[in-house]
Design a protein around this ligand. Structure first.
Ligand SMILES: [Fe+2]
Length: 221
């Protein structure tokens, strides 16, 4: 693996963490007046909690490697970078050069009602228990969903924070659906069922997993 690739991916992680920390600011901390009156049980406070959990950690050492991927998701590599905004275009530009060496995967069993989902949905984990940058404290990666695709309802023990990089899609948590655009943050509390559905645009989003159990995989509900 060329050192250049390694350095590019490390820069992407730094950029991703900066975006998430900046989002944490805009979700409560930067506005002192708002922070004083913020309800600790509010979505904003919960988002801050998740971000606080990772803020003390450094980027872990690289113990794995990045190889050329043969994932069918690479058919959407270009479209996944097309629909960002001025805040996310920097990281999307950096990603363009390494999309084909990220560790794209899909770990669910095949569903008889929606065959072939593994060619339309997947993620590439950069930091995590089994990721190239090994950490037992948190996970960080990218989720990609092809256009016109439903990522069916699922849940997992980890608390999950998403940050949309490219593509506007419908996000559902506990039966409530909202359209989310690049730059928006979505929180999925532990074991709360959630789903996403894309329209014309490919979705690319950053995710963070924190909490007591970041090892148990997501399962369809
Ligand atoms: Fe999730």
């Amino acid at each position: 693996m060329p050192n250049k690739t390694k350095d590019k991916i490390k820069k992407i992680i730094e950029n991703a963490l900066m975006l998430i920390f900046a989002a944490g600011g805009s979700y409560g901390k930067s506005d002192e007046q708002e922070a004083e009156t913020i309800d600790p049980k509010s979505p904003k406070a919960k988002i801050r909690d998740v971000i606080d959990k990772i803020s003390g950690h450094y980027i872990p050492l690289l113990t794995g490697s990045f190889e050329k991927s043969s994932s069918p998701l690479l058919a959407y590599a270009d479209s996944a970078l097309e629909n960002g905004n001025e805040t996310t275009e920097g990281i999307l530009e950096m990603l363009r050069e390494v999309m084909d060496v990220l560790p794209w995967e899909y770990s669910y069993d095949e569903r008889s009602d929606t065959p072939g989902l593994g060619a339309r949905i997947g993620w590439a984990e950069l930091i995590g228990p089994k990721a190239p940058f090994q950490s037992d404290k948190f996970c960080l990666g990218f989720t990609l969903i092809a256009p016109d695709t439903l990522y069916p309802e699922h849940n997992h023990p980890a608390t999950e924070l998403y940050y949309v990089l490219s593509g506007t899609a419908n996000w559902t948590l506990n039966g409530v659906t909202a359209s989310k655009a690049p730059g928006e943050v979505i929180l999925h509390p532990s074991m709360n069922s959630h789903s996403m559905e894309t329209g014309k645009e490919t979705l690319l989003a950053l995710y963070l997993w924190v909490g007591e159990d970041i090892v148990t995989l997501s399962q369809y509900t």
